[in-house]
Design a protein around this ligand. Sequence first.
Ligand code: AMP
Length: 173
Amino acid sequence: MSSVDLRSFIRDVPDFPKPGILFRDITPLLSDPDALQAAVRAVAAPFRDAGIERVMGIESRGFIFGAPLALELGAGLTIVRKQGKLPFETTSVTYDLEYGTDTVEMHVDAVKQGQKVLLADDLIATGGTAAAAVKLARQAGADVVGCAFLIELAALGGRKLLDVDRIHTVIEY
Ligand code: AMP
């Protein structure tokens, strides 16, 4: 295990992006070479021998961890984006927010039938975004092996929304 105290690189920003939200800012961690490397390795650790073929990174901070995770695991990277951003033909899933709905998309050829997929994001809060991405992967016939997050806001109970066997988080608040 690494000796880097990852939690000390997360900056708490109160009332961002709106009053009452305590934003967990990962940019200090990203700018420290040792912390960044330790974080990527810690997120990847339980999945090293899981035969992961695709890491699915969720816009936008999931992209930051998705690419190095894919390299660590010898997998390819699939990007899941907000509606209207991907250039080619897409599949989509719409999910509920506190007010209204949101839609995530991926390219139709991004994941193949039976492929072993690991879903990745920087943080799980309510779990809505990750659950939508899991649905997107399963619609394409993927085998969702697990979900990996650097940070979990445990009080929000997001992992309960994920019908996935292996959910791995590194820093819990
Ligand atoms: P959710 O769908 O509620 O699990 O929200 C997850 C997404 O929102 C992640 O991609 C996070 O980057 C972002 N997010 C939600 N809450 C926070 C927070 N308190 N601090 C930083 N990012 C957050």
